[in-house]
Design a protein around this ligand. Structure first.
Ligand code: SF4
Ligand code: SF4
Length: 390
């Protein structure tokens, strides 16, 4: 039996699909250059994808066809050598179509495997977001703005080749830098991309994450019934309509909070979340009307509180709000929980104002192309600087 290599790529559905597919495919092509065989595929369960939904792709490579066949007997690998996470906020966990609740991003990593994350954050921040693992693993951060683009669009900012160069450094038995550069030039006809891969190869570093490091929380999970545990016939439990909200300050009851499906809660689905300035809101109802996931709870005084257990981070509320800077999409990495912004505001308005200013101080840091339509062009100089190795 030869050697089997497994790599998974965790990405944001639709916004990063093309990016993930390019990485998967190039891993297999680079390994081919060394006489290995392989296959890359997306996980069927993540399809049809929704905007921003965590999704996975895999590249499976073997030193010979028999080993590959044996390795592919199970559709999805049980363990991987490398997990590549192309959006750092996914380190909070993956909730792919709510099959099993929240899955730690490092769950499939072999002991001593490597988690590669593209991020501007420090290793400490990434480790704090990531659930603890019983065995040590390595963390390698590729410094840079997380690569996002609009619907189905690919942003050619060299994230793909920088990841490929890093993989060559971390797992040299899979393929060498030379083999991956050959695949890059053959696939994308770009010497500049091959140089970017070499720069990433030279700069790649990793640190060991120990079992006592990381987010100690037990990830949210539930067990779906097995087929033999289901009752005859089909019954679909309905969700109650909802109830009034309770003001935490004066206990006035009013407004409306819809009851939500307790199984399909959102935790890591979004890469950004809206923060609301309740002091400037004019109660126009547009965010409540336009939110595609019915996220807004109506408070007793008629304000609108985006419920983070329902929000997928699409940015529609920010786009439709007629009041300047009343709703601002902010990097999800800035938040540690799903608590109600309106309740914090009610409890301490001055404190909330300070919190709000702190959160929105750099709102243009991330984008999936919805609001900052010119951002792609704005980021080209940065991409060229990265490529030149300055
Ligand atoms: S970002 Fe706004 S509009 Fe989109 S799901 Fe969240 S609350 Fe709704
Ligand atoms: S769209 Fe803006 S102003 Fe209108 S209710 Fe929502 S937060 Fe308030």
């Amino acid at each position: 039996m030869g050697r089997l290599f497994a790599i998974e790529i965790i990405y944001r559905g639709i916004f990063q699909k093309t990016l993930a597919t390019r990485i998967q495919r190039a891993i297999v092509l680079a390994a081919h250059n060394e006489g290995k065989v392989g296959i890359s595929f997306g996980r069927y369960g993540d399809s049809p994808e929704r905007n921003g939904i965590p999704a996975k792709g895999f590249a499976i490579v073997a030193t010979d066809p028999t080993t590959l066949e044996e390795g592919m007997a199970k559709y999805e690998p049980k363990e991987v050598d490398i997990t590549i996470c192309v959006d750092d906020t996914l380190c909070k966990g993956v909730e792919s179509w709510a099959w099993y609740g929240l899955q730690p991003v490092n769950r499939l990593l072999k002991p001593g495997g490597t988690l590669i994350v593209t991020s501007r954050e420090t290793p400490e921040t990434i480790i704090a977001m990531t659930h603890r693992k019983e065995t040590p693993y390595n963390l390698s951060i590729i410094k840079g703005t997380v690569s996002f683009s609009g619907l189905w669009v690919y942003k050619d900012d060299h994230t793909d080749v920088r990841i490929l160069g890093t993989v060559a450094r971390i797992l040299p038995d899979l393929f060498s830098l030379k083999s991956v550069q050959k695949a890059i030039v053959s696939e994308w006809k770009s010497e500049l991309k091959a140089i970017s891969a070499a720069n990433a190869y030279e700069r790649a570093t990793s640190i060991t994450v120990k079992p006592n490091q990381g987010n100690p929380e037990v990830p949210y999970k539930f067990d779906l019934p097995k087929w033999h545990e289901m009752r005859d016939g089909i019954s679909i439990p309905s969700i109650p309509a909802g109830h009034k909200m309770d003001d935490p300050k004066n206990h006035t009851e009013g407004g409306f909070q819809p009851d939500r499906n307790p199984t399909f809660l959102k935790f890591s689905t979004r890469t950004m979340r809206p923060v609301v300035n309740f002091d400037t809101c004019i109660k126009c109802t547009l965010c409540w009307l336009q939110c595609p996931d019915s996220c807004f709870d109506v408070t007793p005084e008629g304000l609108y509180d985006a419920n983070m257990k329902a929000c997928c981070g699409c940015g529609v509320c920010e786009a439709v709000c007629p009041v300047k800077n009343c709703v601002t999409m902010v990097n999800e990495a800035e938040f540690k929980d799903n608590s109600s912004q309106w309740e914090s505001w009610r409890q301490d308005k001055d404190g909330y104002k300070v919190w709000l200013e702190e959160k929105i101080k750099n709102p243009a840091e991330r984008s999936h192309g919805f609001r900052y339509r010119g951002q792609y062009e704005e980021q080209i100089p940065e991409m060229l600087e990265i490529a030149s190795g300055k």
